[in-house]
Design a protein around this ligand. Sequence first.
Ligand SMILES: Cc1ncc(COP(=O)(O)O)c(C=O)c1O
Length: 488
Amino acid sequence: MGKVVSSFELSLKHRPLGQTLAKWLYAELKSAILDGRLKPGLQVPASRDFARRYGISRGTVVSAFERLQDEGYLTSQVGIGTKVSAKVPPGATNRRSSHELTAHLQRVVSNYRRPKQFVNWVMLPGVRPFSMRNPALSEFPAELWGRIAAKRARTFRSWIQQEDDGSGYRPLREAVAHYLGSSRGVTCDARQVVIVSGTQQALDLLARFLLKPGDPVWMEDPGYFGASIAFDRVGARIIPVPVDDEGLSVSAGIKACRNAKGVFLTPAHQYPLGMVMSLRRRIEVLEWAALAGSFIIEDDYDSEYQFRGQPVPSLQGLDRNSSVIFVGTFKKLLFPLLRLGYIVLPPSLVEAFVSFRSGSEFHSCGIEQSILSDFIVDGHFGRHLRKMRDLYAERLEALLHYGDRYLGGLLKLSDSKAGLYIAGFLQNGMTSPEAEAISAKRGIETRSLARFTLKRHDPGGLLLGFAAFDEKSIRAGTIQLAGALGGR
Ligand SMILES: Cc1ncc(COP(=O)(O)O)c(C=O)c1O
């Protein structure tokens, strides 16, 4: 059971005409206990304090408390005081069941369809190979983060007024613009940066801002379901466009729907297959967008982690027509609990977008933004990324090494040298969902590639995350996975 809140603030309803004070108070407290508003174990204030707080005579309070004690709703012990009973008396039920919905709400629930990508989505307890949820959390400088956080929280009065006009904390936007310019080749200044609570919020806002029901939009197939879910919700018409070794096939997109309003892309590290979009295709997609007057959403989710050569600069940096909207997240670079990401917009889109965004929230959490801003400006961010790049490169090498040793004839790992996960292609005749399910039964978390397809048939493979695991766990996980896929 979670910790019980020890304070006692209860809103009491108006007393019906003709009901005595004692009866009314008794009924109110009993109903709060049965509703679960007053949790078992909660300390009830002394009758004198209670009477003062609610403006009732002490005698009335004592009489209501005594009746509730007699019936087993409250317990009282000398030296400890009065508490809500750990157990509600048997046979006591609340008249108003909180599970009953009105007809309309019931219809909403029955009509709601969980996105197909999450059907049978097994999350094994704990973090075990080859979960993709976390980066290497144990390596994160949490102490340092905590010190910055404490200082920011203590001194908030001095910086709270620092500009956040709905686009985000100004110093953080400057830090992000600087980082993206130097590290990702993004052409922007702080005015174009809007801080959001992660990529998914960015995609949800952008889909609603940019598209109307029925608007055609290209999606990589297979591709990132976060984007297709956001497009689907606005009723856009998703046009699946195949990807090959060079990334999205622009000619296939044009053939399927030349006049699409936009495209969602992961050019630095295609999600989920892992290839880098070639320069030729980048130029093609920019030319198409300029000609068709369409937008490109570039999701740059883990491009910092390129282990072969230099990170490929952003597509946004090549854009001369303000077609590209660049989106990124700090989740994979720092830690997933930090719900902060950013959108870099073409300058003339900023004002309308920020106004639109205020319809769902005015700005992201100020304290978190200020901590992150210090973390970047003081150089900790850059240091952490460099350290993580080396660590993840080693972990990927370990996975490739043990994959070679144990997964031969079962799963061929791709030769992509980037990101925090890798795709593997099944060689044992199983479909992706079968392989995912059988691995989960053996305690190994993988993601079936079939979850990411739109029209394309099952690519026959699994995604394996490696960032959160040391060499020993990677070896053990690979052996277990081989056992699952080999039917041993
Ligand atoms: C392609 C891609 N984009 C973005 C994200 C992260 O999004 P968010 O910041 O909403 O957690 C993920 C996954 O975690 C991803 O796989």
